[in-house]
Design a protein around this ligand. Sequence first.
Ligand code: GMT
Length: 371
Amino acid sequence: MNVGITCYPTVGGSGFVATELGIDLARRGHTVHFISYALPTRLTHLHERLRFHEVATTAYPLFGDYRPYTLALASKMVEVAQHEKLDVLHVHYAIPHAISAFIAKQILNGIGPKVITTLHGTDITIVGRDPSYLPITKYGIDVSDGVTAVSKSLRDDTIANFGTTKPIEVIPNFIDPTRFHRREGEGPFFSCGRKIVCHASNFRKVKRIEDVLEIFLRVQKRVASRLVMLGDGPERPMAEAFVREHGLEDSVYFIGHVANVEEAFGSVDLFLLPSETESFGVAALEALASEVPVIASRAGGLPEVVIDGEMGYLRPVGDVDGMAERAIELLSNDALRERMGKAGRAWAIEQFDTAKIIPQYTDYYEKVLLG
Ligand code: GMT
């Protein structure tokens, strides 16, 4: 198949998932055309069947600060669909990608690719619910030829928020277990005999970064430990101020964005994801595959990824005391941590192995193509 993929190229789960899907499709013999305003962060892999098409938005004084990206993207989709004979145009994150794809399809007047929209999370639970985007998000979903969601929870939220009757196929996010695995003694954070607690995200409000720090504040009083913060974003200045205020400079490391997260995850002891909401939580899955137990909030799709009491613990959103208590328990008990770590990896492979999930996408493409 010739597959067009549009995603946000920046650091974020939807872009990572879209990029890894594209790379895997290319390895399986499909030709994949990424269409976006910049090269997706994780598209570092060279393959003869992988192409990138940059969307340029020309400046014009009348546009002011508002260059019409949605329209430039639609124009590029038309061009790529025509010249590369796309069978499927798979857009990740509804806003504005589903609408650009719809416009492209209208321009192509029935001879273009089928449009499949994958819903990822905040496009439904936060941004898409905002009155300024709600009608257009619902419309983008309704006019797509196929719609997938990364968890049952997100599918249910979509139906509840938008009242759509569009069938939504649940295809969960996936993991390559050969990339994410335990790296005992070889990771970058092994030092000084302290336990390593880790968080990774884009440091947005929804991640509740302050809760990560509050949990660690309690943990480090009881267990010799360090907190490794991977990623960056709007909440980082607040987090750095918190660390200074509590005198934690020697225990909390802000690493920033890292390209090879697998090396980091393979060498930590515990992963924290206390988000306000999380449609899936790819980072939690990456930790599980690396044999790292996860403590997360019982929110959104996280209970579909982390089984409470088997490979970590789920607590209500904001329950920093409960999460800290469980973190202390896990960090103080090597046997328990190891058992949960192994259970998490086994579950990740059983449920979310790339080898099982990618065929669900190609089967779905074929189903949509058959109409
Ligand atoms: O909001 C983010 O954290 C980024 C966002 C994205 O679309 O880039 O992540 C969402 O999609 C990921 C991939 O499917 C999911 O793993 C995340 O749970 C989801 N984020 C939220 O629901 C908050």
